[in-house]
Design a protein around this ligand. Sequence first.
Ligand code: NDP
Length: 494
Amino acid sequence: MSDFDYDLFVIGGGSGGVRAARIAASEAGARVALAEESRYGGTCVIRGCVPKKLMVFASEFCHVPEEARGYGWSMQADGFDWTVFSKQLRTELDRLEGVYKSLLDKANVERFDTRATLRDAHTVELSDGTTKTAKHILVATGGHPVRPDIPNADLGMVSDDIFLMDELPKSVLIVGGGYIACEMACILHGLGVEVSQYIRGAQILNGFDDEARGLIADAMETRGIDLHTGTNIVEMCPADEAEARDADAAHMGAGVGETGAMVGDSSMKGTGQGRSAEGKTGPVWVKATSGREKVFDAVLFATGRAPNSSGMGLEDAGVRLGRGGKVEVDDYSQTSVPSVYAIGDVTDRVNLTPVAIREGMAFVETVFKGNPTPVDHALIPSAVFTQPELGSVGLTEEKAAEQEEVEVYCTSFRPMHSAFIGKPDRVLMKLVVSKENRTVLGCHIVAPGAGEMIQLAGVAVKMGATKEDFDRTCAVHPTMSEEIVTMRQPVRTA
Ligand code: NDP
């Protein structure tokens, strides 16, 4: 009999932690406990992928009446009701959280609905001061969104807040050009919000294939998202403060105040999602690096995420932290303290739910099943749920060309569904192929349903398929994705 209370204590009840706890208990017979301070399901289920995808579904209906009319239906939209949707969303998230809890309960994982921190290599401390010992401890605490370090940044929302809004703002400024910023820009625009987006770089979706992100940026702008590249916030404050400041300046004989053109703008009459540290709500005045001044009903910072590692007792217990507070781990997710492991976003490797789950499974395989299993982070397919979606696996053209000479097979066209009704929407299918051995190094798809397509293309790419393997595969006709197996000539070498 072990001297420890448990074989495994998991800190964090998100996708990775729950999977590891459940499998260790149910398949390896381990005595397992798990502590979660917030809601079970973590970022993905409660404030990330799941509610986001449901919002994508909701927003995509905005195109239905117009498209249906093009196909001969008579159809009108009566408008979107956020209160109806968000009530349903809350019910669904409650259901899913219940599923997560019951999975743990059925696997005999003991749950502590409280915060836990690391006391030493084998001990965790719960928020009421009680301690529990375990042979192994798994840190699976995830990450959180971060606001930029500028005055009044707390007037802006972060992604967690989006799902809790009582009402939709009439206008929003989204800051950032990554996954969350672009997905939220498309979602909110589809739900009828006037969306502006400030990106400090030259293009959205840094790190993705240039041609693909260019097409998505074009599509977003065509749909009406007001995209400003090379732009950031220099100053922000509650709109009423800016208005008062301008009135004072005018009173002092300074003429029209800085914000004169925009204060009183119709967006000030919106719902007021902005928040200040004192809990004040209301529209937000923003000055951009370009000099543009505008009042927005809400500002959303989608400027990245950071690991949930501070205040956890990790460093005091000897767990080494790396840049930005990520927990340093080896290929087996083991930290610098041998009995402590870490998985998921807290390790800041590839911050995606299925990756955290795989890291959890590999941890159980390694520690509880006697089968040391490194986590395979190569060729992970992923999707950005913009409208249109981006599906991507492997190297971008730019990265591949740095590594070796490549042939690029690429086509961009208006698919049947859009062409028939005269819509400008284009799709893109792209393969990046090694010139030397013909391996498909990267596949990039911009299209409705690209997330579904890339899952399947990802199998071929992961298997090391060559361009000729793609060519040997018969097309499925008529589909958009058939182009991925019918591109005969490279458009260029790089
Ligand atoms: P990202 O790191 O993807 O993007 C952050 C964006 O904010 C970048 O455009 C960055 O610019 C910009 N930025 C950072 N700091 C500042 C600043 N101080 N001022 C202005 N702009 C700034 O983070 P996200 O928050 O979008 O997403 C976090 C992670 O969540 C992703 O990496 C992804 O792993 C995961 N995720 C995955 C999804 C999916 O699979 N569909 C969906 C949502 C999230 P720059 O590029 O110049 O650095």
